[in-house]
Design a protein around this ligand. Structure first.
Ligand code: HEM
Length: 529
């Protein structure tokens, strides 16, 4: 009888086999993208990832858009080739036409699942369709409109605090730390009818972006290596190792108890807030589509995470832009005051906001120019062909109007670069100018993938942001209250840095270690303006 092969041989054969399969797969994928242009790989192990992770947010996206158009390949960890795409037709195909043919990468989903549970942000396919169908009615325009007075009252509460801080005619306010708390209060009330009282409790700094910073090579390596662990193994790890899961569970129980005290979850009472509406809709839905208790609770954390820092950071960027462009600020203030004077309403309403075209143009331009979610990832579920609006050229200089991608191809959709596309937003797309939205036909409507105008800021297709109407109205309500009362300016010597966290945060050059911050000068706006 032959002696059993020593374990080391088996291990060696396994490693060699694994390496052969991996190299074959890498080469096969490379062939697909042979004619796609892109930068040289940087780091020997991590490719272009250190450049992408450590550059100011959106800088690489804009450089590659200028150099290669809306389609470029780049190198990820272990030599794997990725696509960066902002070409409008390609984005439309990936996010909309291909249905669930392109999904969120499984490693990212598992990380989100740990944090959020099985909410609409983390599930795919039929589960996603079902959850989204249950959620959609709670996020309609009528529903969002009802929250305008509540958004405005949170803004007014913050404005009162700022007014108290003004001495000798002005004050310096670190905008993100305030707006993070005010928008947390706003989403708490609108989504759950919960008073977080973050504005009155300054120790409750809600912004998790405070602790985020640019990752080291080791951190990038760890994140990418995690992606190589098969999904079932990660799931097993999550389910059994469970420390993080316990934490999430604790959160869920706390939320559940809070809601149960009011009888909202258990009785399905239909109050105004998103969660109550959802619970009510769920209670009356067909059993086949109804969300389980875990799924319901997962939506809670999802909405809080998806809907809070995004809006808070947009507001910071909006106030920075207004500080840098006093003429835009003055024109906006004039419109706000004229409409308020004419309507003489005791509180701000959605109808008043809808009768301010310049406000709408400013909000759109801020969301275009400073999209807080500046990119999003997808993985191809099958070999596929992505159509392009603008051709690439093969080695013989022949135009190619589509890109063939293999199953498993990772795609980074650059929301930021899409929002600067000159074919959609005009030759001056790199300039902040709300005026473009007021000129009939200036912004092309052909790129109809996003839910809000021609922007990709809220994603698009079947996974488009559910809370975009809330975000737009919340931003508008805050701007109305703040710009009516204050004049904003900025120290021209201060260089603002577009911080690359998972969302884009304002930071200050020379003080990046302090995390998110944006000190602006604030004084009471003259009443005669
Ligand atoms: C300026 C503010 C906001 C921005 C820029 C933003 C952006 C986005 C983007 C880009 C996506 C799609 C991500 C992808 O396709 O991978 C998304 C999804 C989502 N957003 Fe927002 N969002 C904002 C505010 C909100 C608010 C206020 C809420 C809730 C009240 C919300 C809830 C959601 C949910 C639930 C999803 C997941 C939708 C799905 O997967 O079907 N967002 N958001």
């Amino acid at each position: 009888m032959e002696p059993a092969a020593p374990l080391s041989y088996v291990f060696f054969i396994f490693i060699v086999g694994f390496a052969i399969v991996a190299i074959y797969e890498l080469r096969r994928k490379r062939l697909f993208l042979a004619h796609v242009p892109g930068p040289r790989s940087g780091h020997f192990l991590l490719g272009n990832l250190p450049l992408l992770s450590r550059s100011p947010a959106t800088e690489v996206d804009f450089n590659w858009y200028r150099k290669y158009g809306g389609t470029a390949k780049f190198t990820g960890a272990f030599g794997e080739q990725h696509l960066m795409i902002s070409d409008p037709k390609a984005v439309q195909y990936i996010m909309q036409t291909a249905g669930y043919g392109f999904v969120r990468p499984s490693d990212r989903k598992e990380a989100s699942r740990l944090l959020l549970g099985q909410g609409v942000l983390t599930v795919e396919g039929d589960d996603h369709k079902r959850q989204r169908r249950m959620l959609l009615p709670s996020f309609g325009s009528l529903e969002a409109n009802t929250f305008v007075p509540s958004f405005a009252s949170k803004a007014a509460q913050m404005a009162d605090e700022w007014a108290e801080m003004i001495h000798d005619g002005h004050s310096t306010v670190d905008v993100p730390s305030w707006v993070a708390r005010a928008t947390l209060d706003a989403i708490g009330e609108a989504a759950f009818d919960i008073q977080f009282n973050a504005l009155t409790d300054s120790s409750m700094s809600s912004s998790s972006t405070k602790t985020r910073r640019s990752p080291s090579n080791l951190e990038i390596f760890m994140a990418e290596s995690l992606g190589l662990v098969p999904t079932p193994l990660m799931r097993w790890w999550n389910d059994t190792e469970g420390v993080a899961k316990d934490l999430v569970q604790e959160k869920r129980s706390a939320e559940k108890n809070g809601q149960d005290e009011k009888g909202t979850l258990s009785r399905g009472k239909c109050a105004n807030d998103v969660l109550s509406r959802l619970v009510h809709a769920n209670g009356t839905a067909d059993a086949k589509v109804r969300l389980g208790e875990d799924e319901l609770l997962a939506q809670l954390l999802t909405i809080l995470l998806a809907g809070h820092e995004t809006t808070a950071n947009s507001l910071s960027w909006a106030l920075l832009e207004l500080s840098q462009q006093p003429h835009v600020q003055a024109r906006l203030r004039a419109e706000i005051r004229a409409v308020r004077l004419e309507r003489k309403e005791p509180e701000l309403t959605a109808t008043a906001i809808h009768s301010m075209p310049y406000l709408s143009a400013v909000v759109k331009e801020v969301l275009r120019f400073h999209a807080p979610v500046y990119n999003t990832s997808r993985t191809a579920m099958r070999d596929d062909v992505i159509p392009l609006s603008r051709p690439l050229y093969d080695t013989q200089g022949r135009p190619v109007h589509e890109v063939m991608v293999p199953k498993g191809q990772k795609v980074l959709i650059s929301i930021a670069a899409f929002n600067r596309d000159k074919d959609i937003f005009g030759a001056d797309a790199d300039r902040f100018d709300p005026e473009r939205w007021l000129k009939e036909g200036y912004v092309s409507k052909r790129a109809g993938v996003g839910p809000y105008s021609s922007l990709l800021t809220f994603g698009g297709g079947h996974r488009a942001c559910l809370g975009w109407r809330f975000a737009v109205l919340e931003l508008s309500a805050f701007l109305v209250e703040l710009v009516d009362r204050f004049e904003f300016s900025v120290n021209p010597a201060m260089k603002v840095h577009r911080g690359a966290a998972s969302i884009m945060i304002p930071m200050i050059e020379g003080e990046l270690d302090k995390g998110v911050q944006l000190p602006l000068h604030v004084k009471l706006a003259s009443v005669d303006e």
